[in-house]
Design a binder for this molecule. Structure first.
Ligand SMILES: [Fe+2]
Length: 465
């Protein structure tokens, strides 16, 4: 195979830049003389040589289909895997699964004993011990220390985090139902555990992300909200034109494809399309106009037609009649593999809960919220708040394996995160400020897309306002 650098240099010798698709095409043809044949035909005012300059190449959007062979493997979140909840027994299995799997991640780094052994056995009162449990409650004391109730399968214990210890910074960010480990000492009466260190399941400092060995680019967006009177159609059209020439092989859309019906009181006043089927038809037509060589991966959000409880199933067939064949439907959340780069798609409803629970957190910090998810190895740690969870026998919201990219939406404000080798992307929305957002003082960052080169994992943001 020809060397990409060598091909690029041959073009540069004649003061021409060259699009990566052209380089790839020449490599695939394994024909060095093709460069001269292309250069010969390029008009004098050309700066960048694109595929339309390749002799004999059909310059339609589909003409490049054979240049790339994008492959998508759905690791989790395939249609029909979200399951249903059968009864209260499932909730027991759900929380056990959450505790066991997140606990095991912590146990790998510190020896831990069951809470019951800590309480019952006098020998553990003499020295420092570690216990692992699920936080059932967090309270501030009169003196502003924190007390968390920690529960494992054997028993529960009150844990004190003193405000004058370094551990307090972590303790302030405790969320109910997250799983943590604490190292410390039990009080002499056995009723209170004084914590010195805290462990979250987290990601190892030396985590090294996988990078694609072959060229490929993925574009990340979410929250299109078709049907709303604030949907930015002109911006979308500019995006569609750009996408056709972007060289991207993948487009990922993390939920809220349409504005939906009856999502909030008085929504009908803000809808240009009042029929849910029509909203999806228009969305389907929009993505059908995108180049067919691009694999489009679509997961639902809280404005979509499926149940709100997570994991959310795929958009049912009755609504996707106008979706093109190159569109792949996945659940929310879903883990997909693009040329070896694993992307965890999650709409991000839990960000509402985390903003309410983490001191100082706000809607313009979606990057930070993704980091908080990664540290807890969970997409929606707090149970029973604004994020409904369908408790299956396994906890599908646990972040395992560690993805290269975490892709979220929901907050309508762009945010990026780089945390221990994981890239967090929230691209914002395609809707301008709504009446509700104005009232809540939320300033969205509409009409943006984030493109990632799968060989470098470097994100680049593009704006289409
Ligand atoms: Fe949204």
């Amino acid at each position: 195979m020809l060397d990409a650098r060598q091909i690029t240099l041959r073009f540069l010798e004649t003061k021409l830049q060259v699009h990566p698709d052209v380089v790839r095409y020449i490599q695939e043809q394994d024909d060095l003389d093709l460069i001269d044949r292309i250069i010969e035909k390029v008009p004098g005012d050309t700066i960048v040589v694109s595929t339309k300059h390749i002799p004999g190449m059909n310059a339609t959007r589909d003409g490049m289909r054979f240049l790339t062979d994008p492959s998508v493997e759905v690791i989790s979140g395939s249609p029909g895997t979200s399951g249903c909840v059968n009864g209260t027994a499932d909730y027991l299995y759900y929380f056990r699964d959450r505790f066991n799997r997140l606990g095991a991640m912590i146990r790998n780094r510190c020896g831990a004993i069951p809470i019951e052994a800590l309480i019952r056995s006098p020998r553990y009162r003499q020295e420092e011990c570690t216990v692992i449990g699920m936080v059932t409650e967090v309270k501030a004391t009169k003196n502003d220390h924190r007390i968390a109730e920690l529960e494992d399968i054997s028993a529960n214990i009150s844990v004190l985090f003193r405000k004058d210890r370094p551990i307090f910074e972590d303790a302030k960010r405790l969320i109910p139902d997250e799983v943590i480990g604490v190292k410390g000492k039990l009080s002499s009466d056995g009723r209170l555990f004084f914590a010195d260190q805290m462990y979250r399941p987290d990601i190892r400092v030396d985590n090294t992300p996988f990078k694609s060995e072959t060229p490929g680019k993925a574009v990340f967006i979410s929250d299109v909200h078709v049907g709303s009177n604030t949907f930015l159609e002109e911006c979308w059209n500019r995006f569609a034109d750009w996408l056709a020439d972007s060289g991207a092989s993948y487009l990922l859309i993390a939920g809220d494809l349409v504005d939906g019906i009856g999502i909030f009181p008085g929504q009908e006043q803000e809808l240009t399309i009042k029929n849910i089927y029509e909203q999806y038809d228009v969305f389907g037509e929009m993505i059908s106009k995108l180049p067919h060589r691009i694999k489009i991966i679509v997961s639902p959000g809280n404005h979509d037609v499926v149940r709100g409880a997570e994991p959310q199933p795929v958009i049912p067939e009755a609504f996707t009649k106008k979706f093109p064949e190159n569109c792949m439907l996945v659940e929310n959340p879903a883990l997909v593999n693009l040329q070896g780069v694993r992307v965890l798609m999650y709409h991000g409803r839990s960000i509402d809960d985390m903003i309410g629970l983490i001191p100082g957190a706000s809607y313009d910090q979606s990057g930070l919220m993704m980091q908080e998810m990664l540290q807890r190895r969970h997409l929606a740690p707090a149970y029973g708040r604004r994020t409904p969870i369908a408790a299956g026998r396994t906890d599908r919201l646990i972040i395992d394996p560690i993805p290269e990219i975490l892709h979220t939406g929901h907050v309508h404000i762009r945010g990026l995160a780089q945390y221990r080798g994981v890239l967090g992307i929230n691209a914002g929305t395609w809707q301008s400020q709504t009446a509700f957002q104005k009232q809540m003082n939320v300033n969205p960052t509409p009409a943006q897309a984030v493109m990632v080169d799968l060989q470098t994992l470097v994100p680049e943001t593009f704006t289409f306002l």
